[in-house]
Structure formats: structure tokens, C-alpha cells
Design a protein around this ligand. Structure first.
Ligand code: ADP
Ligand code: MG
Length: 353
């Protein structure tokens, strides 16, 4: 053992660094599709279609009717840390877009075969663009398309052997996670039509998710979960001393679900789907005081000043740091305490109609 005297510290080859880092931004199928859907939302799309082949193993495609990408950006589109959304560090505090690091397309290039078809209102035809592993534009041709953008990724993880094996082995789980994630956007996005299809086997295309792009959280919940599930929910709306607001729906005390429904608890910060295990735990815990046999559905959007939290915590942007977490939690505790200790019998079952 012992330290080798001849140890030399060298920089890692650039393309190796790129692939290593890309694997942290794009963890799995759902984080890949998440980035593309968020790009479409950032581009102002009102219609987004997610088209999978073999549940995403073969390819996935996100087709939107957003702003499109202008020709001046074709060359830099997939370069690492190239973005149209963030210029300077202080901008991070007033961020209103999902993206800001310019890492998604660059990472997808490193991990799969990326092509883009896009057209803005200023062009009469669209352009089909092909990028290589390093994010360089390698081919460009004209094609027909409406205004908007289609991003296609084929063979994700084919150059990361371990990840690729995991992807194939866990495809059912990955696919389930993706549908749950798309449900999160279907719930929170207002006025955006979402469709997800999968083509499998002998070209059989099935629609796995379809929303109409309604204008309220309530209507979105009805679309995603149905009227009867919605009628078991109680609206919640509270504000905290620091000016934050928590809005959404939780199960009524007598109307939970039998399973520990992690797939029916959705948390958002200013409309951004995030993981909030602590909030999930808190909701479950308070619910248990009123109903020990079931688990609550919870769909909560935390509306907080953009300077009051940090989303730049993990490469996949699913984790959030609040500057004052305890006041948010305290208010939630009080609001849920009120709901779960009041008499539920007075609520009518068919509130939706
Ligand atoms: P980020 O979203 O952090 O800016 P991305 O790598 O996801 O980084 O995207 C890079 C840039 O490509 C974006 O800043 C945006 O200008 C453009 N772009 C990506 N996807 C779309 C899309 N669907 N519609 C319009 N522009 C897009
Ligand atoms: Mg992005």
C-alpha cells in the first residue's frame, strides 16, 4: 500500500467528463422526458405530445406547438451550458422557467441519439437537425412541420452499459414512474393539452394519457383521477407569515386510499413538480390522527417568492431548499389539523357537479 510517489494528477478527457456529468442530469427515462416536457412548457406550448417506442427503450419523442428555435441557435442548441433562459447568477433568484442551466439537450446528446425538428413563426419550413455525442450539429435539412419543436432521443443509455442494463431490466418501473411524472404535469399545467402514446410490438399505438388542457387544478384532477376521486378531496388554501401560499387538495378524513399512495401525492413549488418527502410524511402523519386505516391523497402547490427557495440543489432539480422551511411546515400543520379534526359528515359527496 502507501501513496505512490509517481501519482500524477491529470485532467479527465473532456468527452469522458461530459458523459459522467450527463448521467447525473439524466438519471432515467422519466428525468429525460421531464427535461423535454419542461422545455416545451418553457417555450409556451399549449399542446405537448410524448410519443414512446417500446416504452421509451427504443426511442421517445416530445412534440410541441411552442415558439420553436430560431436558426441562429441551431449550432449552439445542444452545447453544454448554453441556454436562452439565464444570463447572470442573480437571475437565479427571479427564475420563472423550468430550465436555466442549459444541460438537458447537451446531456441527452451524450447519452443517446438526438435529433430536433423545429420551426418558428418567422420560417416557412422547418429544419431537421442532427447532433453528435458532444452536442455538435452534424447535419441539417429542410422538412415540413407546423410551428413548434420535436425532439427525438433514440437508444438512451446505449453507451452506459450498466445504466442500459438497468433500463431494460426495470422498464416497467421506469415506465410507471414516467406516467406518474406526466400526471404531475397534467395536474399542474393550466391550458396545456398533454398526450402520451406508446408504440409497441407490431406498430400498435396506444394512448396512455390524454388531457384536454383545462384551466384549473380542480378540472385537471377530475381529468387525471376521475370525478369520484375528486369528490373525496377537500380543498386547502393557506398563507404563511412570510407571504407564501399553499394551495391544493387533500383527502377528506374518511376518504383516503388503502395503499400508501406515493403515486397520488404530488407536490409543486410555484408549479414545478418536486420531491418533498418531508411534506409527504407530515401529511400522512396528520392524516393518521383522523384515519389510521388509510392514506391521504395530496396535491399541494407551494406558491413562494422565487427568492425564498433554491432549486439548484441537485442536477435533476427535483429537490428544493426553502429559506424558511419551518414556517411553511407550521402553517401546513395547522391547516391540516383543522381539516382532520372537523366533522366530515357535512361535506356533500358530489361537490364536482
Ligand atoms: P435549458 O432549458 O436549461 O435552457 P436545455 O438544454 O434544456 O437547457 O435547452 C437549451 C435551449 O434550447 C433552451 O434554453 C431553449 O432556448 C432551447 N430549447 C430547447 N427545447 C426547446 C423547445 N421545445 N422549444 C423551444 N426552444 C427549446
Ligand atoms: Mg431545459
Amino acid at each position: 500500500g502507501g501513496v505512490q510517489e509517481s501519482t500524477v494528477i491529470r485532467p479527465i478527457n473532456k468527452s469522458v467528463v461530459h458523459r459522467i456529468c450527463a448521467g447525473q442530469v439524466i438519471l432515467d427515462l422519466s428525468s429525460a422526458v421531464k427535461e423535454l416536457v419542461e422545455n416545451s412548457l418553457d417555450a409556451g406550448a399549449t399542446s405537448i405530445e410524448i410519443a414512446l417506442k417500446e416504452y421509451g427503450l427504443e426511442s421517445f419523442q416530445v412534440i410541441d406547438n411552442g415558439s420553436g428555435i430560431s436558426p441562429q441557435n441551431f449550432k449552439v442548441l445542444a452545447l453544454k451550458h448554453h441556454t436562452s433562459k439565464l444570463l447572470d447568477f442573480p437571475d437565479l433568484q427571479s427564475l420563472t422557467t423550468f430550465g436555466f442551466r442549459g444541460e438537458a439537450l447537451s446531456s441527452l446528446c451524450a447519452l443517446g441519439d438526438l435529433t430536433v425538428e423545429t420551426r418558428t413563426v418567422n420560417e416557412v419550413v422547418a429544419t431537421h437537425l442532427t447532433y453528435d455525442r458532444t452536442g455538435l450539429l452534424t447535419a441539417e435539412r429542410k422538412t415540413a412541420r407546423q410551428v413548434g419543436t420535436t425532439v427525438t432521443v433514440k437508444k438512451l443509455f446505449s453507451n452506459l452499459p450498466v445504466r442500459s442494463k438497468e433500463f431494460h431490466r426495470n422498464i416497467r418501473k421506469e415506465y410507471g414512474k414516467l406516467i406518474s411524472l406526466l400526471n404531475a404535469y397534467a395536474l399542474i399545467a393550466k391550458g396545456v393539452r398533454l398526450v402520451c402514446t406508446n408504440t409497441s410490438g407490431k406498430n400498435v399505438r396506444s394512448v396512455v394519457l390524454k388531457t384536454q388542457g383545462s384551466g384549473s387544478l380542480k378540472e385537471n384532477i377530475v381529468t387525471v383521477f376521475g370525478t369520484s376521486t375528486f369528490s373525496c378531496l377537500e380543498p386547502i388554501s393557506l398563507s404563511t407569515s412570510d407571504g407564501s401560499v399553499v394551495e391544493g387538495f387533500v383527502s377528506k378524513s374518511g376518504n383516503g386510499s388503502g395503499r400508501n399512495i406515493g403515486d397520488r401525492q404530488f407536490f409543486f413549488v410555484n408549479g414545478r413538480p418536486v420531491d418533498m418527502p418531508k411534506v409527504g410524511k407530515l401529511v400522512n402523519e396528520l392524516y393518521r390522527g383522523a384515519n389510521s386505516k388509510q392514506y391521504p391523497i395530496a396535491i399541494l402547490n407551494f406558491i413562494v417568492p422565487t427568492r425564498a427557495y433554491d432549486v439548484n440543489v441537485t442536477p435533476d432539480k427535483r429537490k428544493i431548499f426553502f429559506s424558511d422551511e419551518s414556517s411553511v411546515f407550521q402553517s401546513l400543520r395547522e391547516a391540516l389539523g383543522t381539516i382532520y379534526s372537523s366533522n366530515q359528515a357535512s361535506y356533500s359527496v358530489n361537490r364536482v357537479d
